[in-house]
Design a protein around this ligand. Structure first.
Ligand SMILES: [Zn+2]
Length: 308
């Protein structure tokens, strides 16, 4: 079954509140899960959200401030306890390896998990496959990196058009693989008989002040999960601490051509989400404020007519 959905586990920044757990986001993608930034309490939030450790295939940690990683010990130990049958790759800034190692061995347990630490040192692709995962360094006092998941762009062949062009049987496979095929001395190209099927894309941007890397990570994504620690009234302070405002997030979404923007990582100083949504909507239409335990769908695929 194809389910592509974000399960929000926590939405607080530095200090959790009565209504907001520390960060934590599980992206479900066709039966495989990517857990982002497990803060304290993520294990319990997963129980409340009805998701299990077995659903985690990868973990991506943006940086080693506590609100983004102090849930790792519990999650890794739970993966071991539940005897999760597959390997779990953990991506994190390589410069923070010492923190990863401490969190992995934070207390005594019988470690039976197949955990594969993958520290990254440079911008680029860190996981091949569908979706691929790309990381880029953001602009925050601690080394922080954002992530972009991208399904490959493909084509949908129109059977009638293909048959009309004489492409039948094994020639269809050649056309799909090579993008062109010779039929009776003529060349038929994919674009002659097929329409583009853009892959779905998701970006995860936190913590950072506005920067070029954030725009590149978010370029054309269907879903952007973005920090908006502050409101524009506190913009100077936000940037001084290496953070964004809801207005910044809205401007980023507009500039990068994002479809749905999810705001999160709220400072404890603001009790309500409404002003965040209002502020981001001045720049971008489709804005959702993340709420603990909310499930947010990746918007359905762009229609082929809209193209990539
Ligand atoms: Zn944070």
């Amino acid at each position: 079954m194809s389910l592509r959905q974000l399960v929000v586990l926590g939405t607080a920044s530095q200090v959790p509140t009565r209504y907001r757990n520390h960060n934590g986001y599980l992206l479900l993608w066709d039966g495989r899960g990517v857990l982002f930034d497990p803060g304290e309490g993520t294990q319990r939030q997963m129980t409340l959200a009805g998701v299990s450790a077995t659903q985690i295939h990868r973990i991506c940690v943006t940086h080693f401030h506590g609100d983004h990683c102090l849930g790792l010990p519990g999650i890794l130990q739970r993966i071991s306890l539940d005897e999760v049958p597959h390997p779990v790759h953990v991506h994190f800034p390589g410069s923070g390896r010492v923190y990863f190692d401490r969190l992995r061995r934070a207390s005594i347990y019988d470690d039976r998990a197949d955990v594969r630490p993958c520290g990254h040192e440079a911008d680029g692709v860190i996981a091949e496959g569908d979706p691929s995962i790309t990381t880029m360094r953001l602009d925050h006092p601690a080394p922080a990196w954002g992530y972009r998941l991208a399904e490959a762009d493909t084509w949908t062949i129109d059977p009638a058009a293909a048959a009309g062009a004489g492409v039948r049987g094994p020639a269809v496979g050649v056309l799909k693989r090579e993008g062109r095929v010779e039929v009776d001395g003529r060349t038929v190209r994919l674009e002659d008989v097929a329409t583009p099927r853009p892959g779905q894309k998701v970006a995860f941007v936190m913590d950072t002040k506005p920067c070029e890397a954030a725009v590149r990570l978010a370029e054309g994504v269907d879903l952007l999960i973005c920090e908006s620690t502050f409101l524009d009234a506190d913009r100077k302070e936000a940037h001084a601490y290496g953070h964004m405002t809801a207005g910044d997030a809205g401007r980023l979404a507009a500039e990068a051509g994002v479809r749905r923007l999810v705001l999160t990582h709220f400072s404890q100083r603001y009790p309500m989400d409404a002003p965040f949504v209002e502020e981001a909507r001045r720049h971008h239409d489709d804005v959702v404020a993340a709420v603990d335990l909310l499930r947010i769908d990746v918007p359905s695929r762009r229609s082929e007519r809209q193209g990539g």
